[in-house]
Design a protein around this ligand. Structure first.
Ligand SMILES: Cc1ncc(COP(=O)(O)O)c(C=O)c1O
Length: 383
């Protein structure tokens, strides 16, 4: 691989033109962004009230074929609220993956619950359904009230938070089937996977609730933002209420019937989001063309390029290669970053972070292997 590095550098430079610094992922503003932002400013409704928020929510519903969408300030808040809506309470436990961005685990912690870390699936990079099933069969039972409990801690295992990694759909039907058997609610972290399809259906719409992120590094962005989707009308109503300070509707009175959050997405961000959504399909097409270019190149030089799982249509948010081991990975990262081609490793396993060290985990062999070998390479939409 070492001898290939100059060739890889010059190939990526050719793919992205001769810019000095090639970022990992830059946003693109090619449509109505400025127009909608100026319109939003002119209207004076830049903050928590305004038409763009509603328009954005309706766009997400129609795009993902979900009955309800709730726009909030970021994907992390969206996860926290979605978990609360799924019934997660202080002292509960939530199943998730060891290999994910820290926000997934943090959202569980914000609910006062403990994460349980499961292994990854090498086909998808997401939660391994077998790891989930084995964990539950060995460590959990459903009590007389239909509540799933951890045999060791006796705590409730209320929810499962599987993550669609880098835009690639995980085996969500299998994960959902196991969770249903154990009476566990599924909240999909599809922060990275807007527009990705699993067997023709949008990632994020299989679980009781799903979450998307619109952070600046995502396929489309509104600066910062998140959306919760669900087909459950009651949950949607509760979610909207909770994220808008639990204010009871009234022309002038300030009455709040529970302790809610000020998580509503500002209209200004929603204006940007609406413009970006209009280009989402075009961006995904562009990324998928880039995939073909990378795929052919890396196949020729014998480097494993990660491709969408079978039966899926990935948005290819971040393109990825897998090297032989951590030593090769680090060498590649050093050389490419030095050449101003921004590449990044995938995350450390969450239970390796000191703050999550003592949590229960399954065997994490696959997750460790992916964490040691995977590198994200420049993935922006090419213009
Ligand atoms: C897997 C995953 N979950 C959650 C988040 C949190 O989203 P946000 O940055 O919008 O809070 C991100 C990324 O940003 C993510 O990649």
């Amino acid at each position: 691989m070492t001898t290939r590095i100059p060739e890889i550098i010059s190939f990526i430079r050719k793919v992205y033109g001769q810019k000095e610094l090639i970022p990992l992922h830059e946003p693109r503003f090619l449509g109505q962004e400025k127009k909608y932002l100026v319109d939003c400013i002119d209207s004076t409704f830049v903050s928590s009230v305004g038409e763009y928020v509603d328009r954005f929510e309706r766009m997400i519903e129609s795009y993902t074929q979900s009955s309800h969408a709730i726009a909030v300030v970021n994907g992390t808040c969206a996860l926290q609220v979605a978990l609360e809506l799924a019934g997660v309470k202080r002292g509960d436990e939530v199943l998730t993956q060891a290999l994910t961005f820290v926000a997934s685990a943090n959202a569980i912690h914000y609910c006062g619950a403990d994460p349980i870390f499961l292994d990854s699936d090498e086909d998808t990079l997401g939660m391994c359904p077998k790891s989930l099933e084995n964990f539950l069969e060995e460590n959990a039972f459903v009590d007389d009230h239909g509540v799933c409990r951890n045999r060791h801690s006796q705590k409730r295992i209320t929810a499962c938070l599987p993550i669609h990694i880098l835009g690639h759909p995980l085996k969500i039907d299998q994960v959902s089937e196991v969770c249903q058997r154990f009476q566990i609610c599924v909240v999909e972290d599809a922060a990275e996977a807007l527009g990705s399809l699993y067997q023709g259906k949008h990632a994020g719409t299989f679980g009781h609730l799903g979450v998307y992120s619109f952070n600046g590094n995502k396929t489309v962005t509104c600066g910062g933002g998140g959306v919760i989707v669900t087909n459950d009308k009651q949950l949607a109503k509760k979610g909207k209420h909770l994220t808008t300070t639990a204010k009871v509707a009234h022309p002038w009175e300030y009455n709040h019937d529970e302790i809610g959050y000020n998580y509503r997405l500002p209209n200004l961000n929603a204006a940007l989001a609406c413009a970006q959504m209009e280009n989402l399909d075009r961006f995904i097409e562009n990324k998928r063309e880039l995939t073909l270019i990378y795929q052919e190149f890396f196949a020729k030089i014998g480097i494993h390029f990660f491709q969408e799982p079978l039966g899926c249509r990935s948005n290819y948010w971040l393109q990825a290669i897998l090297l032989e081991n951590r030593k090769e990975r680090d060498l590649f990262l050093r050389e490419l970053n030095q050449a101003k081609i921004i590449c990044r490793p995938i995350w450390k396993l969450i239970p390796e972070l000191s703050v999550y060290q003592n949590k229960q985990s399954s065997d994490l062999t696959q997750a460790k292997k992916i964490s040691d070998c995977l590198i994200n390479i420049p993935s922006s939409v090419r213009i």
